[in-house]
Design a protein around this ligand. Structure first.
Ligand code: SME
Length: 153
């Protein structure tokens, strides 16, 4: 399986339940990241950045430690997704000049803003060691989870 699938309806239910049961925003984000990373093998790195002023600050994540713990809005694929208020999928990070490397093994990336109205609260960032790992099903899954998280941030 190279992308998320319709069976992710079950995963979304589990994430919804976990987010609703979480005692606070950090626990909600931590659970969402854990469920994604544990259930989707092509998700090599999964994390959440939160907007603080004009920077994205790394929150809960699973995977190798990233050197990019604070990303200004104008930088990276993360900064671009927040500026555009839109999901960005990059099939080949080595061919995208915006890309800020987290790990040399990373080949593709998806970044999904967490929005409240027009305001970007943060974003879900997923890296894969597989090229072109992310498709429409991943976008649908992560955009639904972003809505669930927005209600807890
Ligand atoms: N690749 C991201 C930086 C974050 S790390 O992947 C965790 C970017 O280009 O914004």
């Amino acid at each position: 399986m190279t992308s998320a699938s319709k069976s992710d309806t079950a995963l979304i239910s589990r994430v919804r339940t976990a987010i609703a049961a979480a005692p606070d925003a950090t626990a909600a984000m931590t659970e969402a990241v854990r469920l994604l990373k544990d259930n989707l093998p092509h998700y090599t790195w999964a994390g959440i950045y939160l907007m603080e002023g004009d920077e994205l600050v790394l929150g809960p994540y699973l995977g190798k430690p990233s050197p990019h713990t604070r990303i200004p809005l104008g930088r990276g694929i993360c900064g671009a997704a927040a500026t555009e208020r839109a999901t960005i999928i990059v099939d080949d990070v080595n061919n995208d000049p915006r890309y800020l490397a987290c790990s040399l093994e990373t080949r593709s990336e998806i970044v999904v803003p967490i929005m409240r109205g027009d305001t970007v609260l943060g974003e879900i960032d997923i890296d894969s060691d597989r090229p072109a790992a992310f498709g429409k099903d991943d976008r649908d899954l992560l955009e639904q989870i972003a809505v669930l998280l927005a209600a807890r941030l």
